[in-house]
Write a protein that binds this ligand. Structure first.
Ligand SMILES: NC(=O)c1ccc[n+]([C@@H]2O[C@H](COP(=O)([O-])OP(=O)(O)OC[C@H]3O[C@@H](n4cnc5c(N)ncnc54)[C@H](O)[C@@H]3O)[C@@H](O)[C@H]2O)c1
Length: 263
């Protein structure tokens, strides 16, 4: 990844943070962005402290003006973006019959509209840049979708629908961007230990009348490989998709969930 410019959304926490750290460790210059400016700053400082090249910026993926501002800065600094990691996402939990329009709009607002705006803002610039050094491609986009994009998730109707939609966006964009030599792929994580999971375990326990430990035990039972997923498990597959071995792949979503998808 040496010499490549990478931008990660939702990088203040969990999976985004692990992706930023992994790409930086492999030599990419990373733009660590998040709605949470302070958290992004912390991750940027962490990467810099371990010898990586990181710049942290506040970025709300639902805001076209935020995206334009950051894209202008990225292109002014390095003239290109090689790797775009569309990772920011949100969830809430509620049974289908109680789900509110606000929850629906918030999930679709970030997970679909935000992903679309992020991809479009940067792809418009990527199409005008030279290919990456020694490679056929101008750029690569990798989206963090979810196992819930493949398999209905209880209490997560809106989230699941938004992630199915995100895969539709990924595939359709992959077709249109292929002639520009830009690939678009996705990963589908499962039960990943992050702040999002901490929130979901607490909600699910309350909604099911179970204890948080019982909820986690069910996650483990649902995962053939028998442990919770780590953000680094996801980051490794994202790094593969960003690397040259995956340059002839586009429109693909890779399951990285310990087999939970097939359980
Ligand atoms: N944790 C899991 O089990 C799991 C499983 C499958 C998929 N995912 C997906 O992985 C991605 C990362 O999730 P995570 O578990 O690391 O969650 P997380 O809550 O730990 O981190 C998500 C980050 O996104 C940021 N964010 C939220 N809204 C934003 C916005 N509008 N603009 C920019 N940043 C915003 C948050 O501030 C936070 O730092 C999400 O897309 C999520 O849907 C998570």
């Amino acid at each position: 990844m040496s010499g490549l410019e990478a931008l990660i959304t939702g990088a203040a926490s969990g999976i985004g943070r692990a992706i930023a750290r992994r790409l930086a460790r492999e030599g990419a210059r990373v733009w660590v962005t998040d709605l949470n400016a302070e958290g992004a700053g912390r991750v940027g400082a962490e990467i810099a402290a371990s010898g990586g090249d990181a710049t942290a910026r506040a970025l709300d993926v639902t805001s076209r003006s935020d995206l334009e501002r950051v894209a202008e800065e990225v292109y002014a600094a390095g003239g290109r973006l090689d790797l775009l990691l569309v990772n920011a996402g949100v969830s809430t939990m509620n049974p289908f019959l109680d789900l509110t329009e606000e929850e629906w709009d918030q999930n679709f607002g970030v997970n679909v509209r935000g992903a679309f705006l992020t991809m479009q803002t940067f792809a418009r610039r990527m199409v005008g840049q030279e290919p990456m050094s020694g490679r056929e491609l101008r750029g690569k986009i990798v989206l963090t979708a979810s196992m819930a994009a493949r398999r209905a998730a209880p209490l997560l109707v809106h989230y699941s629908a938004s992630k199915f939609a995100a895969l539709g966006l990924m595939q359709a964009a992959a077709r249109e961007l292929a002639p520009h030599r830009i690939t678009v792929n996705a990963v589908n994580p499962g039960y990943v230990r992050t702040e999002m999971q901490d929130r979901e375990v607490a909600w699910e326990a309350r909604l099911r009348g179970a204890t948080p430990d019982e909820v986690v035990r069910d996650y483990l039972k649902d995962t053939p490989l028998g442990r919770l997923e780590t953000p680094e498990d996801v980051a490794g597959v994202v790094a593969f998709l960003c690397g040259p071995d995956a340059d002839f792949m586009t429109g693909e979503a890779i399951e990285v969930n310990g087999g939970a998808w097939i359980a």
